[in-house]
Design a binder for this molecule. Structure first.
Ligand code: SF4
Length: 301
């Protein structure tokens, strides 16, 4: 393992590459990355980098987003078929149907979507800025896709808008229930429940705080609380336990695991750098169209 880590670090220098990893990646991938963040932070970081190559340790929409934001860079995704099950719910055909049904609505697309879907929407959002994005829009009617749970949470924060949700969900986050919360609260009555907005309404309604992965970390940092029940993907525990060793963290259920986020191994990262694989190549027209909603989102921040 140490030798492989050394080889990756050498190759990274030779190839003038930067490794960006999501908090849901395996611990060893987070440890070797130059930067670890949620999808918004990874996208922001990609835009700032001057290295020729950016290796995205995450899922395919994150690599596509990096390509859209940095079209002149060499973007690598170490495991080609590491996709996001939530992103697969939305398609250009479904958007066309909804556009015909809601011609006055603004279309807000969660960054967890394909480049083709982004290209057909008005503005992107992440879980970190979804409320801000929706509030910024002049339209009263908003179609939010593909995550129905995120849409219902945003609706609770922005009651002056009419949010039309979508039937998509993240299989990992959607699996947990209010019963799981009751069981965990019985075992840890003092613990605060921190939930990602991709969980079901019955779960986020019980939470002490709802926010993106990075917002959950910031909440823990600012909190005087000592125990926390975490309702998002298990990978976040690595960062939380490293940064706040004096605090206790309990994952709401072991089901909070994203299998595609866990596909990338150190060996894949090594091969990606060695063989320049797998490059993300979107056609120029698509890059330009998908850039528009992403730029609108960044212009708000
Ligand atoms: S945790 Fe859910 S939303 Fe995130 S990448 Fe995995 S499937 Fe997609």
């Amino acid at each position: 393992m140490t030798e492989l880590i050394h080889k990756i670090q050498e190759l990274k220098k030779q190839k003038n590459a930067t490794i960006l990893a999501h908090y849901y990646q395996k611990e060893e991938i987070q440890d070797i990355a130059d930067f670890v963040g949620d999808s918004l932070e990874m996208a922001r970081k990609a835009k700032q980098l001057s290295t020729d190559t950016i290796v995205i340790c995450g899922v395919s929409f994150m690599a596509e987003t990096a390509q859209i934001l940095c079209p002149d860079k060499n973007i690598l995704l170490p495991v080609k078929n590491a996709g996001c099950s939530l992103a697969q719910f939305a398609s250009p055909e479904k958007i066309a149907t909804l556009r015909a049904k809601y011609p006055e609505a603004a279309f807000v697309c969660y960054v967890n979507s394909s480049a083709e879907v982004k290209a057909l929407c008005d503005i992107c959002c992440t879980s970190a800025n979804a409320v801000k994005v929706v509030r910024s829009l002049p339209q009263k009617q908003i179609v939010m896709l593909p995550d129905g749970n995120l849409a219902s949470w945003v609706q609770s924060k922005v009651p002056e808008k009419e949010i039309i949700g979508f039937a998509g969900h993240c299989p990992s986050h959607n699996r947990v229930s209010a019963n799981d919360v009751t069981g965990m609260k019985t075992r840890h009555p003092e613990a605060l429940l921190l939930a990602h907005p991709e969980v079901k309404k019955e779960v986020w309604e019980l939470a002490d705080f709802v926010g993106s992965t990075s917002a959950i970390i910031k909440y823990v940092e600012a909190s005087v609380g000592k125990e926390f029940i975490i309702a998002t993907e298990v990978g976040i525990l690595h960062e939380l336990r490293q940064r706040f060793p004096q605090k206790a963290f309990y994952l709401l259920t072991p089901d909070l695991i994203c299998l595609t986020m866990k596909m990338i191994e150190l060996e894949d990262l090594y091969k990606a750098l060695l063989n320049n694989e797998h490059t993300v190549k979107l056609d120029e027209d698509l890059l330009k169209k998908a850039y528009v909603p992403l730029k609108r989102m960044f212009d708000l921040n």
